[in-house]
Design a protein around this ligand. Structure first.
Ligand code: COI
Length: 365
Protein backbone atom coordinates (compact mmCIF):
# COMPACT_ATOMS: atom_id res chain seq x y z
CA UNK A 1 0.00 0.00 0.00
CA UNK A 2 1.17 3.56 -0.76
CA UNK A 3 2.21 5.81 2.12
CA UNK A 4 0.19 8.94 1.74
CA UNK A 5 1.15 12.45 2.76
CA UNK A 6 -2.56 13.31 3.07
CA UNK A 7 -3.84 14.01 6.61
CA UNK A 8 -7.29 12.53 7.21
CA UNK A 9 -10.29 14.01 9.01
CA UNK A 10 -13.05 11.44 9.39
CA UNK A 11 -16.58 12.28 8.31
CA UNK A 12 -18.60 12.25 11.53
CA UNK A 13 -21.79 11.54 9.61
CA UNK A 14 -20.85 8.92 7.01
CA UNK A 15 -23.61 7.51 4.82
CA UNK A 16 -25.39 4.67 6.65
CA UNK A 17 -24.81 1.11 5.46
CA UNK A 18 -28.50 0.79 4.53
CA UNK A 19 -28.50 3.95 2.40
CA UNK A 20 -25.19 3.01 0.79
CA UNK A 21 -26.54 -0.44 -0.15
CA UNK A 22 -29.51 1.27 -1.86
CA UNK A 23 -27.20 3.63 -3.79
CA UNK A 24 -24.80 0.89 -4.87
CA UNK A 25 -27.66 -1.29 -6.09
CA UNK A 26 -28.51 1.38 -8.74
CA UNK A 27 -25.78 4.03 -8.85
CA UNK A 28 -26.65 5.54 -12.26
CA UNK A 29 -23.96 7.98 -13.37
CA UNK A 30 -22.82 11.04 -11.43
CA UNK A 31 -25.79 11.18 -9.07
CA UNK A 32 -24.14 10.36 -5.75
CA UNK A 33 -20.85 11.41 -4.19
CA UNK A 34 -18.86 9.61 -1.52
CA UNK A 35 -18.28 10.72 2.09
CA UNK A 36 -14.88 12.39 1.66
CA UNK A 37 -12.90 14.69 -0.63
CA UNK A 38 -9.13 15.07 -1.20
CA UNK A 39 -7.80 18.64 -1.28
CA UNK A 40 -4.52 20.41 -1.95
CA UNK A 41 -3.97 24.17 -2.23
CA UNK A 42 -1.54 26.12 -4.36
CA UNK A 43 -0.26 29.66 -4.04
CA UNK A 44 2.27 31.27 -6.33
CA UNK A 45 2.72 32.84 -9.70
CA UNK A 46 2.09 30.94 -12.93
CA UNK A 47 5.32 32.17 -14.53
CA UNK A 48 7.71 31.89 -11.60
CA UNK A 49 6.21 28.94 -9.69
CA UNK A 50 4.55 28.29 -6.35
CA UNK A 51 3.91 25.79 -3.55
CA UNK A 52 1.43 22.94 -3.17
CA UNK A 53 0.37 22.70 0.44
CA UNK A 54 -2.07 21.37 3.00
CA UNK A 55 -2.79 17.95 1.41
CA UNK A 56 -5.75 16.46 3.25
CA UNK A 57 -8.81 14.22 3.17
CA UNK A 58 -11.88 15.92 4.59
CA UNK A 59 -15.58 15.16 4.96
CA UNK A 60 -17.33 15.88 1.64
CA UNK A 61 -18.83 19.38 1.87
CA UNK A 62 -19.84 22.36 -0.27
CA UNK A 63 -17.16 24.95 -1.03
CA UNK A 64 -17.52 28.48 0.21
CA UNK A 65 -16.02 30.99 -2.24
CA UNK A 66 -16.13 34.74 -2.61
CA UNK A 67 -18.34 35.87 -5.54
CA UNK A 68 -15.29 37.64 -6.99
CA UNK A 69 -13.29 34.39 -7.15
CA UNK A 70 -11.72 34.34 -10.60
CA UNK A 71 -13.00 30.87 -11.65
CA UNK A 72 -16.55 32.27 -11.66
CA UNK A 73 -15.61 34.96 -14.16
CA UNK A 74 -12.93 33.64 -16.48
CA UNK A 75 -13.44 29.89 -16.25
CA UNK A 76 -9.91 28.94 -15.20
CA UNK A 77 -10.75 25.29 -14.48
CA UNK A 78 -9.58 21.83 -15.55
CA UNK A 79 -10.71 18.33 -14.63
CA UNK A 80 -10.14 14.62 -15.16
CA UNK A 81 -12.13 11.40 -15.09
CA UNK A 82 -10.79 7.96 -14.10
CA UNK A 83 -12.13 4.87 -12.40
CA UNK A 84 -11.41 2.45 -9.55
CA UNK A 85 -12.54 -1.18 -9.83
CA UNK A 86 -13.07 -3.84 -7.19
CA UNK A 87 -11.77 -7.23 -8.34
CA UNK A 88 -13.30 -10.55 -7.38
CA UNK A 89 -10.75 -11.12 -4.60
CA UNK A 90 -11.76 -7.80 -2.99
CA UNK A 91 -8.65 -5.89 -4.13
CA UNK A 92 -9.12 -2.37 -5.58
CA UNK A 93 -7.38 -1.11 -8.71
CA UNK A 94 -7.01 2.09 -10.76
CA UNK A 95 -6.77 2.16 -14.57
CA UNK A 96 -3.79 4.18 -15.91
CA UNK A 97 -3.91 6.99 -13.31
CA UNK A 98 -0.55 8.33 -14.49
CA UNK A 99 -2.04 8.98 -17.97
CA UNK A 100 -4.77 11.10 -16.36
CA UNK A 101 -2.20 12.90 -14.18
CA UNK A 102 -0.14 13.76 -17.25
CA UNK A 103 -3.14 15.01 -19.21
CA UNK A 104 -4.19 17.05 -16.18
CA UNK A 105 -0.82 18.80 -16.28
CA UNK A 106 -1.18 19.51 -20.00
CA UNK A 107 -4.71 20.84 -19.51
CA UNK A 108 -3.59 23.04 -16.59
CA UNK A 109 -0.76 24.47 -18.67
CA UNK A 110 -3.15 25.46 -21.47
CA UNK A 111 -5.41 27.22 -18.95
CA UNK A 112 -2.45 28.96 -17.24
CA UNK A 113 -3.10 27.00 -14.05
CA UNK A 114 -0.25 25.47 -12.03
CA UNK A 115 0.91 22.02 -13.16
CA UNK A 116 0.17 19.61 -10.33
CA UNK A 117 3.02 17.09 -9.87
CA UNK A 118 1.93 13.59 -10.96
CA UNK A 119 2.92 12.21 -7.55
CA UNK A 120 0.44 14.50 -5.74
CA UNK A 121 -2.35 13.71 -8.24
CA UNK A 122 -1.88 9.96 -7.77
CA UNK A 123 -1.45 10.24 -3.98
CA UNK A 124 -4.71 12.18 -3.73
CA UNK A 125 -6.61 9.62 -5.81
CA UNK A 126 -5.16 6.71 -3.78
CA UNK A 127 -5.93 8.38 -0.45
CA UNK A 128 -9.55 9.12 -1.40
CA UNK A 129 -10.24 5.69 -2.93
CA UNK A 130 -8.74 3.99 0.12
CA UNK A 131 -10.80 6.12 2.48
CA UNK A 132 -14.09 5.65 0.60
CA UNK A 133 -13.52 2.12 -0.70
CA UNK A 134 -16.85 0.95 0.71
CA UNK A 135 -18.43 3.11 -2.04
CA UNK A 136 -17.06 0.97 -4.88
CA UNK A 137 -19.99 -0.93 -6.42
CA UNK A 138 -19.55 -4.58 -7.34
CA UNK A 139 -22.21 -5.14 -10.02
CA UNK A 140 -21.36 -5.95 -13.64
CA UNK A 141 -20.19 -2.82 -15.50
CA UNK A 142 -19.93 -0.70 -12.35
CA UNK A 143 -16.98 1.19 -10.85
CA UNK A 144 -16.11 4.19 -8.73
CA UNK A 145 -15.81 7.21 -11.05
CA UNK A 146 -13.15 9.61 -9.78
CA UNK A 147 -13.29 13.29 -10.65
CA UNK A 148 -10.12 15.32 -9.93
CA UNK A 149 -10.44 19.03 -10.72
CA UNK A 150 -8.64 22.31 -10.20
CA UNK A 151 -10.09 25.81 -9.96
CA UNK A 152 -8.65 29.31 -9.73
CA UNK A 153 -9.55 30.48 -6.21
CA UNK A 154 -8.02 33.94 -6.06
CA UNK A 155 -10.43 36.79 -5.32
CA UNK A 156 -9.52 39.09 -8.17
CA UNK A 157 -11.43 40.57 -11.11
CA UNK A 158 -8.47 41.47 -13.31
CA UNK A 159 -7.81 39.16 -16.23
CA UNK A 160 -4.55 37.32 -15.50
CA UNK A 161 -3.58 33.84 -14.28
CA UNK A 162 -4.70 33.15 -10.72
CA UNK A 163 -2.21 33.22 -7.84
CA UNK A 164 -4.27 30.76 -5.81
CA UNK A 165 -5.71 27.42 -6.87
CA UNK A 166 -7.53 24.51 -5.28
CA UNK A 167 -7.11 20.90 -6.40
CA UNK A 168 -9.86 18.53 -5.27
CA UNK A 169 -10.75 14.91 -5.92
CA UNK A 170 -14.30 13.69 -5.47
CA UNK A 171 -15.74 10.28 -6.33
CA UNK A 172 -19.07 8.87 -7.42
CA UNK A 173 -20.26 5.26 -7.82
CA UNK A 174 -21.09 4.63 -11.47
CA UNK A 175 -22.94 2.24 -13.77
CA UNK A 176 -23.48 2.51 -17.56
CA UNK A 177 -23.15 6.16 -18.68
CA UNK A 178 -25.96 5.89 -21.24
CA UNK A 179 -28.24 3.86 -18.97
CA UNK A 180 -28.53 1.06 -21.54
CA UNK A 181 -26.22 -0.89 -23.89
CA UNK A 182 -28.38 0.02 -26.94
CA UNK A 183 -26.62 1.80 -29.87
CA UNK A 184 -26.70 5.57 -29.44
CA UNK A 185 -27.85 7.87 -32.25
CA UNK A 186 -25.64 10.94 -32.76
CA UNK A 187 -26.53 14.50 -33.68
CA UNK A 188 -24.14 16.28 -36.05
CA UNK A 189 -23.97 19.85 -34.88
CA UNK A 190 -23.55 22.14 -37.89
CA UNK A 191 -24.42 25.35 -36.08
CA UNK A 192 -21.78 25.08 -33.37
CA UNK A 193 -18.11 24.18 -33.09
CA UNK A 194 -16.46 22.71 -30.02
CA UNK A 195 -12.92 23.89 -30.67
CA UNK A 196 -10.69 25.59 -33.19
CA UNK A 197 -6.97 25.45 -34.00
CA UNK A 198 -5.02 27.09 -31.19
CA UNK A 199 -8.01 26.91 -28.83
CA UNK A 200 -8.56 24.69 -25.81
CA UNK A 201 -9.94 21.61 -27.61
CA UNK A 202 -7.16 19.29 -26.40
CA UNK A 203 -7.53 20.45 -22.79
CA UNK A 204 -10.04 18.84 -20.45
CA UNK A 205 -11.56 22.09 -19.24
CA UNK A 206 -15.10 22.94 -18.24
CA UNK A 207 -15.52 25.52 -21.01
CA UNK A 208 -15.31 22.87 -23.75
CA UNK A 209 -18.13 20.94 -22.14
CA UNK A 210 -20.20 24.10 -21.51
CA UNK A 211 -19.91 24.84 -25.25
CA UNK A 212 -21.25 21.37 -26.05
CA UNK A 213 -24.47 21.73 -24.05
CA UNK A 214 -26.58 23.77 -26.47
CA UNK A 215 -25.80 21.51 -29.45
CA UNK A 216 -26.37 18.55 -27.12
CA UNK A 217 -29.88 19.89 -26.42
CA UNK A 218 -30.47 20.27 -30.16
CA UNK A 219 -29.52 16.62 -30.52
CA UNK A 220 -31.69 15.47 -27.64
CA UNK A 221 -34.68 17.15 -29.29
CA UNK A 222 -34.01 14.81 -32.24
CA UNK A 223 -33.70 11.76 -29.99
CA UNK A 224 -29.88 11.67 -29.97
CA UNK A 225 -27.85 11.04 -26.83
CA UNK A 226 -24.58 12.50 -28.11
CA UNK A 227 -23.54 15.35 -30.33
CA UNK A 228 -20.72 15.17 -32.89
CA UNK A 229 -18.51 18.11 -33.77
CA UNK A 230 -16.72 18.61 -37.09
CA UNK A 231 -14.19 21.08 -38.41
CA UNK A 232 -16.02 22.92 -41.17
CA UNK A 233 -12.80 24.52 -42.41
CA UNK A 234 -11.45 21.10 -43.36
CA UNK A 235 -14.33 19.55 -45.34
CA UNK A 236 -16.37 18.68 -42.26
CA UNK A 237 -13.65 16.61 -40.70
CA UNK A 238 -14.99 14.48 -37.84
CA UNK A 239 -13.51 15.61 -34.54
CA UNK A 240 -15.17 14.04 -31.51
CA UNK A 241 -18.43 13.65 -29.64
CA UNK A 242 -19.53 15.88 -26.76
CA UNK A 243 -17.69 13.79 -24.16
CA UNK A 244 -16.00 10.95 -26.01
CA UNK A 245 -13.77 9.94 -28.95
CA UNK A 246 -15.04 7.99 -31.95
CA UNK A 247 -13.78 4.89 -33.86
CA UNK A 248 -14.79 3.30 -37.17
CA UNK A 249 -14.21 -0.38 -37.99
CA UNK A 250 -13.69 -1.11 -41.69
CA UNK A 251 -14.73 -4.28 -43.52
CA UNK A 252 -11.11 -5.50 -43.63
CA UNK A 253 -10.83 -5.12 -39.83
CA UNK A 254 -8.89 -1.82 -39.88
CA UNK A 255 -9.67 0.56 -37.04
CA UNK A 256 -9.88 4.25 -37.99
CA UNK A 257 -10.06 7.15 -35.56
CA UNK A 258 -9.68 10.93 -36.08
CA UNK A 259 -6.04 11.89 -35.68
CA UNK A 260 -5.02 14.24 -32.88
CA UNK A 261 -4.83 17.72 -34.30
CA UNK A 262 -4.71 19.81 -31.15
CA UNK A 263 -8.47 20.30 -31.21
CA UNK A 264 -9.39 16.80 -30.01
CA UNK A 265 -9.16 15.44 -26.48
CA UNK A 266 -6.40 12.84 -26.18
CA UNK A 267 -8.58 10.17 -24.58
CA UNK A 268 -6.96 7.62 -22.27
CA UNK A 269 -9.53 5.06 -23.46
CA UNK A 270 -8.81 6.05 -27.08
CA UNK A 271 -5.08 5.46 -26.54
CA UNK A 272 -5.75 2.12 -24.79
CA UNK A 273 -7.96 0.91 -27.66
CA UNK A 274 -5.25 1.77 -30.18
CA UNK A 275 -2.69 -0.18 -28.11
CA UNK A 276 -5.01 -3.17 -27.59
CA UNK A 277 -5.84 -3.38 -31.29
CA UNK A 278 -2.21 -3.08 -32.39
CA UNK A 279 -1.13 -5.77 -29.92
CA UNK A 280 -3.79 -8.01 -31.49
CA UNK A 281 -2.29 -7.43 -34.94
CA UNK A 282 -5.05 -5.13 -36.11
CA UNK A 283 -4.24 -2.21 -38.39
CA UNK A 284 -5.01 1.14 -36.74
CA UNK A 285 -5.11 4.34 -38.78
CA UNK A 286 -5.27 7.77 -37.16
CA UNK A 287 -6.33 10.13 -39.93
CA UNK A 288 -8.78 12.83 -40.89
CA UNK A 289 -12.17 11.42 -41.81
CA UNK A 290 -14.89 13.57 -43.31
CA UNK A 291 -18.66 13.21 -43.03
CA UNK A 292 -18.72 12.51 -46.81
CA UNK A 293 -16.34 9.59 -46.27
CA UNK A 294 -18.52 8.39 -43.40
CA UNK A 295 -21.59 8.49 -45.67
CA UNK A 296 -19.83 6.68 -48.52
CA UNK A 297 -18.34 4.13 -46.11
CA UNK A 298 -21.77 3.21 -44.79
CA UNK A 299 -23.42 3.23 -48.26
CA UNK A 300 -20.76 0.83 -49.59
CA UNK A 301 -20.65 -1.24 -46.38
CA UNK A 302 -16.95 -0.37 -46.05
CA UNK A 303 -17.56 0.89 -42.49
CA UNK A 304 -19.04 -2.02 -40.57
CA UNK A 305 -19.00 -0.79 -36.95
CA UNK A 306 -18.86 2.59 -35.22
CA UNK A 307 -18.33 3.13 -31.52
CA UNK A 308 -17.64 5.91 -29.06
CA UNK A 309 -15.22 5.61 -26.17
CA UNK A 310 -14.25 7.42 -23.02
CA UNK A 311 -13.72 6.76 -19.33
CA UNK A 312 -17.39 7.33 -18.53
CA UNK A 313 -18.80 5.75 -21.70
CA UNK A 314 -16.19 2.90 -21.87
CA UNK A 315 -16.97 1.54 -25.40
CA UNK A 316 -20.49 2.30 -26.58
CA UNK A 317 -21.90 1.30 -29.99
CA UNK A 318 -23.11 4.20 -32.14
CA UNK A 319 -26.25 4.13 -34.27
CA UNK A 320 -27.33 6.65 -36.89
CA UNK A 321 -25.81 10.07 -37.57
CA UNK A 322 -28.63 12.61 -37.79
CA UNK A 323 -28.30 16.17 -39.08
CA UNK A 324 -30.54 19.01 -40.22
CA UNK A 325 -30.98 17.81 -43.81
CA UNK A 326 -30.77 14.06 -43.44
CA UNK A 327 -29.18 11.09 -41.79
CA UNK A 328 -26.52 8.47 -42.30
CA UNK A 329 -27.81 5.04 -41.33
CA UNK A 330 -26.13 2.96 -38.65
CA UNK A 331 -23.29 0.66 -39.68
CA UNK A 332 -24.36 -2.85 -40.67
CA UNK A 333 -23.09 -4.31 -37.36
CA UNK A 334 -23.95 -2.19 -34.35
CA UNK A 335 -22.11 -3.65 -31.38
CA UNK A 336 -20.25 -5.89 -33.82
CA UNK A 337 -17.48 -8.39 -33.25
CA UNK A 338 -14.61 -5.88 -33.06
CA UNK A 339 -16.49 -3.52 -30.73
CA UNK A 340 -17.33 -6.43 -28.46
CA UNK A 341 -13.80 -7.85 -28.51
CA UNK A 342 -12.27 -4.50 -27.59
CA UNK A 343 -14.82 -3.97 -24.80
CA UNK A 344 -14.28 -7.46 -23.38
CA UNK A 345 -10.51 -6.95 -23.38
CA UNK A 346 -10.60 -3.44 -21.92
CA UNK A 347 -13.17 -4.10 -19.20
CA UNK A 348 -11.58 -7.53 -18.56
CA UNK A 349 -8.23 -5.89 -17.79
CA UNK A 350 -9.94 -3.23 -15.68
CA UNK A 351 -11.91 -5.76 -13.63
CA UNK A 352 -9.12 -8.35 -13.34
CA UNK A 353 -10.79 -10.98 -15.55
CA UNK A 354 -8.22 -10.60 -18.35
CA UNK A 355 -4.46 -10.56 -17.76
CA UNK A 356 -3.04 -7.01 -17.65
CA UNK A 357 -0.16 -7.58 -20.07
CA UNK A 358 0.32 -3.80 -20.52
CA UNK A 359 0.88 -2.96 -16.83
CA UNK A 360 -2.05 -0.54 -16.95
CA UNK A 361 -3.52 -1.35 -13.53
CA UNK A 362 -2.30 0.08 -10.21
CA UNK A 363 -3.36 -1.56 -6.95
CA UNK A 364 -4.82 0.67 -4.23
CA UNK A 365 -5.92 -1.93 -1.64
C1 COI B 1 -15.14 11.07 -18.92
O1 COI B 1 -15.35 10.16 -19.72
O2 COI B 1 -14.47 10.86 -17.88
C2 COI B 1 -15.63 12.43 -19.12
O3 COI B 1 -15.18 13.33 -18.49
C3 COI B 1 -16.73 12.64 -20.11
C4 COI B 1 -18.02 13.04 -19.56
C5 COI B 1 -19.05 12.74 -20.64
C6 COI B 1 -18.43 12.43 -18.27
Amino acid sequence: MRTSSFTITENQYPTSSERLAEILAAPGFGEFTTDHVAKVEWTGDYSTGGEWDHARIEPYAPLSLDPATSVFHYGQEVFEGLKAYRHQDGSVWLFRPEANAERFRRSAKRLALPELPTEIFIDAVHALVEKDSRWIPEGEGTSLYIRPFMIATEKFLGVRPTREALFEVIASPAANYFGSPEPVDIWWSQNYARAGQGGTGAAKCGGNYAASLLPQLEGEAKGCKQVMFTDEHRDHTVEELGGMNVFFVLKDGTLVTPKLTGTILEGVTRKSIVELAQENGMKVVEKTITVDEWQAGIAQDEITEIFACGTAAVIAPMGRLLYEDGEIPAASQTNGEVTQWLRTQLTGIQTGRVEDRFGWMTRVI
